[in-house]
Design a protein around this ligand. Structure first.
Ligand code: ATP
Ligand code: MG
Length: 436
């Protein structure tokens, strides 16, 4: 036998029945996006490496060590380039917005879902291929849209029954305000240089703000005693933050202010937020977002304000499991029992008619051993979860009929249905679609 091959470490197969949870979540998200008038975008999974270096920043975990990058072979269509599997979607969406001049007639509300790639140590809630739901509101400057994004995320938690998530908020102010804070932050960390770990020492001058979101518990004290960015904000930045909080308050959205919630790059500004849970161990952030008014310019576009968030799909599904959330399972309405292969033509024709009428039908298919006994077919019908078995026996077919047997109501009732009038009885077999 040939050697068995496995999936790449940290990259998961999503198989039934688990995939039904994904489909359910996706359907819920799609419906919700429509209610908030966000429109779907799909950008390539491969982009020029330069997009992420500029769009995420050189001094970040992602660009420093997590990207899957390669040098593409030159060909007459491509540009013999450094390419990277996207580690996140914001940079690609903003690139697309600039490339297609999407903001020419005003702001755009966009959403996307798909796989992202980061070379991280695989563990619970941290994979090398994972999935994000992304929302980006491009071209809107006020705290109202920041609030809309947070309300949208809250509505999603509600729709999928998540209760154990809390919102943390902060404001990063504007670059000039951060520059003043930065000087004092560096002074603070220099005075306590002995308390900094490797990463901290390296970032002290390149990206000191990022030291604040260290995951190293040994640095807790030195981080907590650091000067707070909030104290450096001017009137306009504070007004934006107050505006956001007022809308959240009016909507009963609870939050705590976390002064250590930061993004280390100049094009991030004003609102930052995360939804976090204590139920997933150290990978507790299920949604991270904020404003990035400087990114359009950074990527060569005309300046435009923007705000967005990204949800980690695997973490959300894990949290739903933790909480014991059930999703509606849809079994087939009908399982066809076909005792003899000679009945297959008429059986399949009937099943097509049922499906045309919207009935969910599972056909009994032959294996290498044939169709199997009547009894074994019934067992399969039962295991399929179908509401009815539809029996294509020789006697009833000779009368122009099929037998319908109820499998779930305990009655086991059997009735005949005319083959000539499938559409007339099809509707009675259809189970109602579950609400999402
Ligand atoms: P972390 O601090 O956990 O590494 P991050 O700051 O790198 O997160 P973002 O880039 O803000 O994460 O991504 C947004 C969300 O995507 C995260 O809050 C998380 O839910 C999810 N996410 C990020 N990286 C991974 C991963 N490797 N595996 C699974 N989900 C991830
Ligand atoms: Mg990370």
């Amino acid at each position: 036998m040939a050697e068995k091959l496995n999936a790449v470490k940290g990259m998961n197969d999503i198989l039934p029945p688990e995939s039904a949870r994904w489909e359910w979540l996706e359907a819920t998200v799609r419906d919700l996006m429509g209610r908030y008038a966000y429109r779907n975008v799909r950008t390539p999974i491969l982009e020029h490496t330069a997009l992420f270096v500029r769009g995420i920043g050189e001094v970040t975990d992602i660009v420093e060590k997590e990207m899957y990058s390669f040098h593409d072979r030159s060909d007459k269509y491509g540009d013999n380039d450094h390419l990277t599997l996207r580690p996140e979607n914001t940079a690609g969406i903003v690139r697309a917005a600039i490339e297609h001049n999407m903001l020419y007639d005003g702001g755009k509300r966009l959403w996307a879902i798909g796989p992202m790639f980061r070379r991280e140590k695989p563990q619970r809630g941290r994979f090398r291929q994972f999935h994000q739901i992304d929302v980006e509101a491009l071209g809107f400057a006020g705290p109202d849209i920041d609030a809309e994004l947070i309300l949208l995320a809250s509505a999603l938690w509600k729709a999928i029954g998540l209760t154990d998530v809390r919102l943390e908020l902060n404001s990063l102010g504007q670059p000039a305000e951060r520059a003043q804070h930065r000087a004092q932050l560096i002074a603070h960390f220099e005075a306590h240089a002995d308390k900094l770990d490797e990463d901290g020492k390296r970032r002290l001058h390149s990206n000191p703000l990022r030291i604040l979101d260290t995951k190293n518990p040994a640095m807790k004290d030195v981080v907590e005693s650091a000067p707070r960015l909030m104290d450096f904000l001017g009137a306009e930045s504070l007004a934006h933050f107050e505006g956001l909080k007022a809308i959240l308050d009016a909507n009963g959205v609870a939050y705590t202010i976390n002064p250590r919630l930061v993004r280390g790059l100049d094009y991030y500004n004003l609102s930052v937020f995360e939804f976090v849970t204590d139920r997933l161990g150290s990978q507790g952030t299920v949604c991270a977002g904020g404003r990035y008014d400087g990114l359009f310019e950074q990527l060569g576009g005309k300046p435009a304000p923007a705000v967005g968030w990204a949800i980690g799909v695997e973490r959300v599904l894990d949290l739903m499991k933790e909480q014991g959330t059930q999703i509606p399972v849809r079994a087939p309405d009908v399982y066809a029992v076909v005792p003899d292969a000679s009945a297959m033509p008429v059986a399949l024709r009937t099943l097509q008619q049922l499906r045309d009428a919207g009935v969910r039908v599972q056909m009994h298919a032959a294996t290498a051993d044939g169709l199997g006994s009547f009894k074994s077919q019934f067992k399969r019908a039962d295991n399929s979860g179908a509401t009815y078995a539809l029996i294509f026996g020789a006697d009833e077919l000779a009368r122009g009929e099929v037998t319908l047997k109820a499998l779930r109501d305990g009655s086991g009732a059997q009735t005949s249905r005319p083959l000539a009038e499938v559409a007339a009885w099809a509707a009675t077999l259809q189970s109602p679609a579950p609400n999402t």
